[in-house]
Design a binder for this molecule. Structure first.
Ligand SMILES: Cc1cc2nc3c(=O)[nH]c(=O)nc-3n(C[C@H](O)[C@H](O)[C@H](O)COP(=O)(O)OP(=O)(O)OC[C@H]3O[C@@H](n4cnc5c(N)ncnc54)[C@H](O)[C@@H]3O)c2cc1C
Length: 382
């Protein structure tokens, strides 16, 4: 079954060549440094890899969701979960808030720089007090003339220390009993706004080249025209963009797992034990057969949901299944690939060690496995 056409394949070749030549040689160095250099963004902009679905009048590529899907698969093949995540956040988790909900004036002002890679974006929903329960957001936005005054804080924000533009979810009205989902809005906030502070950069288990920050806002005045969509509908906008984010997470998980199994196959072919290569042992061959089968199941579950999403169909149930299945799958693959590398699998010098740490985020970020099970259960047991 084919879901990608010839144009998609040409785009894939462009991204693959960029990732192999310009990203992969630097992955180790960026992991050690705990950051990625700024040049990757304008370079990706130059190659037309940012804003692939956005209208050409804003500097976008005018392509479809499957083109975005290819971008994320190829970025995740880089052996750097950090790079894939940073690109995923900019292209499909943060900036879509502007493209799909922002006013024409905001789009004209900000989108071209986002597509050129001159303005990096982040999405700030999670708070120190909780992430799964989005309706419990406590950051407050109070209208004062032609501004909103925002006070509060956000936690675990990817690209948080380096982004130029943030999409920030804040409460404009107290949520009364039974109406907790109402009263939340999303604002576009420039990092240079007085009152905006990066409180700290967080030290993490994996995804170490991606910056993750805690942010705080003190009497931060944001112009009313930076409100995205109507006041009070932000919860639903966040949930809408989450669908895209979770599909991207599925694409990442499958591509990361694919790469790790390919690396593991190369390793077991090379490694000798008991008079021959490990790849000759039936137990090892069967383990790899199981992993390849799980990856294939994840790939086609993801592609089926991508096709529905691209067609504009309602697919919250399917996307939640993708996020749940692929996040759990990539962690099983990580466990087994480390095991098949023996002691070397535990060593920093082997990419599979980083893969196992990066993969661990997949059942947590963008909606945990428990929350995915809740959504699926609601859909099948209404
Ligand atoms: C590296 C990293 C990058 C991130 N990037 C971003 C970002 O860019 N922007 C952003 O806004 N957020 C980001 N997040 C936050 C992420 O989305 C949240 O961590 C996630 O949604 C879980 O929220 P929490 O950490 O507050 O856990 P909690 O909500 O406190 O949950 C803790 C545990 O309880 C479980 N739980 C919670 N509620 C229930 C329930 N009703 N039933 C059963 N179990 C439940 C959860 O599944 C989890 O296992 C990032 C997180 C990390 C670690």
């Amino acid at each position: 079954m084919k879901i990608f056409n010839e144009q998609h394949q040409m785009f894939r070749a462009t991204v693959r060549s960029f990732v192999e030549k310009e990203i992969m040689p630097h992955v180790e160095e960026w992991e050690t440094a705990g950051q990625m250099p700024r040049w990757i963004w304008p370079r990706m902009g130059e190659l037309g890899l940012l804003g692939v679905e956005y209208d050409e009048k804003y500097g976008g590529g005018g392509s479809d969701f499957l083109t975005s899907a290819i971008l994320h698969e190829e970025c995740a093949r880089s052996r750097s979960g950090s790079f894939a995540m940073a690109v995923g956040v900019h292209c499909d988790m943060a900036s879509p808030h502007l493209y799909w909900t922002g006013s024409e004036a905001l789009k004209e002002k900000y989108l071209p720089a986002m597509c050129r890679g001159e303005a990096l974006t982040a999405i700030a929903v999670t708070e120190p007090g909780g992430g799964s329960d989005v309706a419990a957001i406590r950051t407050r936005a109070v209208r004062d003339g032609d501004h909103y005054v925002i006070n509060g804080s956000k936690m675990f924000i990817t690209n948080g220390a380096t982004a130029d533009v943030f999409f920030l979810a804040a409460r404009v009205e107290a949520g009364s009993e039974g109406k907790r989902h109402q009263g939340i809005s999303v604002f576009l906030v420039e990092r240079t706004t007085p009152g905006f502070t990066v409180s700290r950069t967080l030290d993490k288990m994996g995804m170490r080249a991606s910056d993750t920050a805690e942010l705080s806002f003190q009497d931060m005045r944001v112009p009313v025209e930076n409100l995205l969509g109507r006041e009070g509908v932000g919860f639903y906008e966040v949930m809408r963009v989450f669908q895209r984010e979770r599909l991207v997470a599925g694409l990442h998980a499958v591509a990361m797992a694919d790469r790790a199994v390919a690396d593991t196959i190369a390793y077991v072919r090379e490694r000798q034990a008991f008079g021959g290569p490990l790849s000759d042992k039936q137990v090892i061959r069967h383990k790899l057969a199981d992993l390849a089968t799980q990856i294939e199941a994840g790939r086609w579950l993801t592609y089926a949901a991508c096709a529905k999403f691209a067609a504009g169909e309602d697919c919250v149930r399917e996307i939640s299944m993708v996020k749940l299945f692929t996040a759990e799958m990539v962690n099983r693959v990580a466990y087994d690939c480390v095991q098949l590398h023996g002691g070397y699998g535990y060593m920093r010098e082997y990419a599979v060690e980083r893969f196992a740490r990066d993969a661990r985020l997949m059942t947590i970020g963008g909606g945990t496995s428990e929350i995915m099970r809740d959504i699926i259960a609601k859909a099948i047991l209404p």
